[in-house]
Write a protein that binds this ligand. Structure first.
Ligand code: CTP
Length: 446
């Protein structure tokens, strides 16, 4: 901890924080003074303050009993409180929605690599020493007289200036293999580089079965966080380069085509957001779909299981290469003339699958077909809310016997609406009558 002496007196201005956050931190500092405790701001928010990036996730740590202190703050400010005893952490939610996490400075031990750690109270320096990277191991004291004092025992500021990601010790990735993905996330987000030894340790860790030992939900969390970054394409290439798709028993192959699709996703997303601003997209899932867009159903199924995806996510991800390619081929074919045909091709597609279609077409760089596809998507999105005037009840009143005919006839009525063949209820009734007669004939002929 030799570096600490030179760093000890540096003070950082917290004025970049919004007034509300700043005021709260000052109040918390004074409250800690009353209790004779030391309180620090730690983690990503400190790093981002020094980088002048916006991040208002307040992570505090207390030398002393963090949970008891959190209770005190909750009482004083009428904040909601959730306590996680096992990790000696608490989350406060203030009446105006502001959230603050409070932990106890601690030492962690890992019973097994890749497990969640057990924790024991320790000093702030020890607390910083168990963290992932030097740039995330800087603390700012909040007690009134030391307000803004920087604690940087591992020269995180030097690494911030040198744009370097560096682990604090050789066992860091073993302790917590999620750090393999975190390293890449920060490297790509900030345009930093991995320090040499860190890169070697990461590659070493990645070549063992450490990642296999991570639980599904923890791995999912890391992968989806990585894919939620602003432009994950480079991070994905980096994962491929470092052979990190080994998180699947049968690894995804990052082929040229897949890479092209992944690279086209931002453009597809941007177009989608402009056209359909109210239609939400699960962006990380689109990337996961792009990433597995050439994989077999079996590999996709393995991926879904390994990442413990939710039922909804799994459904989206398993849209299937064949269906996507078929829809794409037909939708970029001028011969498909009727809007209802496009509607039927797309009706079971999630929004994410539609964005994937677009990305695939963008990656093919065929402008004319791309505009055709876009026009059809716009039409489809409009038609998606089209409804028939008649319902099953009306067909029943017309004398139709129960059976599969209901679905067929209502489907035809909807197609006719979408294609503009019928526009009024009367039109629809007339068409329904014709279809009914036909269906009766068909039944009689049998
Ligand atoms: N941390 C760690 N090892 C991990 C996860 C977190 O040491 N595997 C520590 C780091 O000090 C990190 C802090 O916990 O800065 C908070 O973690 P988290 O909120 O996940 O990360 P941030 O650094 O805030 O990253 P982001 O900006 O992506 O939220």
């Amino acid at each position: 901890m030799s570096g600490m002496k030179n760093q000890v007196n540096r003070v950082v201005s917290l004025n970049r924080l919004p007034v509300r956050q700043l005021r709260l931190l000052k109040q918390i500092g004074r409250l800690a003074d009353e209790q004779g405790m030391s309180v620090y701001l730690v983690g990503g928010v400190v790093r981002d303050l020094l980088l002048k990036r916006e991040n208002w996730d307040l992570d505090l740590t207390i030398e002393g009993d963090g949970i008891a202190f959190a209770r005190l703050v909750a009482d004083r400010y009428k904040a909601g409180l959730a306590v996680f005893d096992r990790f000696a952490t608490a989350r406060l939610v203030f009446p105006d929605g502001l959230k603050v996490d409070i932990a106890t400075t601690r030492r962690e031990s890992y019973a097994q690599p890749a497990d969640l750690p057990t924790v024991q109270p320790a000093s702030i320096e020890e607390d910083l020493s168990r963290r992932d990277f030097t740039i995330n191991a800087i603390a700012v004291q909040l007690n009134q007289r030391q307000f803004g004092r920087l604690l940087d025992p591992y020269a995180g500021q030097r690494d911030l200036r040198a744009r370097t990601i560096r682990v604090l010790h050789a066992g860091s990735f073993q302790d917590d293999p999620t750090r393999i993905f975190r390293a890449i996330r920060f490297e790509q987000r900030f345009g930093f580089h991995l320090e040499r030894t860190t890169l070697r340790l990461l590659a070493q860790a990645a070549s063992t079965n450490l990642i296999q030992q991570l639980s599904g939900p923890r791995l999912q969390n890391e992968i989806l966080l990585l894919l939620a970054e602003r432009d994950p394409a480079r991070a994905i290439s980096r994962l491929a380069q470092l052979k990190l798709f080994r998180f699947l028993p049968r690894s995804l192959s990052y082929t040229k085509n897949v890479k092209r699709t992944v690279t086209a996703v931002p453009k597809a997303l941007a177009w989608w957001a402009r056209r359909f601003p109210d239609s939400a997209i699960d962006r990380p899932i689109v990337y996961l779909m792009a990433l597995s867009s050439e994989a077999s159903q079996a590999v996709v199924a393995t991926m879904i299981r390994r990442l413990a995806l939710s039922r909804e996510q799994a459904k989206k991800v398993s849209t299937g290469r064949r269906r996507v390619d078929r829809a794409l081929k037909r939708l970029t074919d001028r011969k498909i003339a009727r809007p209802s045909q496009a509607y039927r091709l797309l009706e079971d597609f999630s929004n994410e699958a539609l964005v994937l279609l677009l990305a695939k077409q963008v990656s093919m760089q065929q402008g004319v077909r791309l505009s055709l596809l876009r026009r059809r998507l716009v039409a489809y999105m409009k038609n998606r809310t089209t409804k028939t005037a008649l319902t099953g009840r009306d067909l029943q009143a017309m004398g139709l016997q129960p059976g599969p005919q209901y679905k067929t006839i209502l489907g035809k009525l909807l197609d006719a609406r979408i294609d503009g063949v019928v526009t009024t209820e009367a039109d629809e009734r007339a068409l329904a009558h014709r279809l009914l007669k036909k269906s009766v004939l068909v039944i009689r002929e049998r």
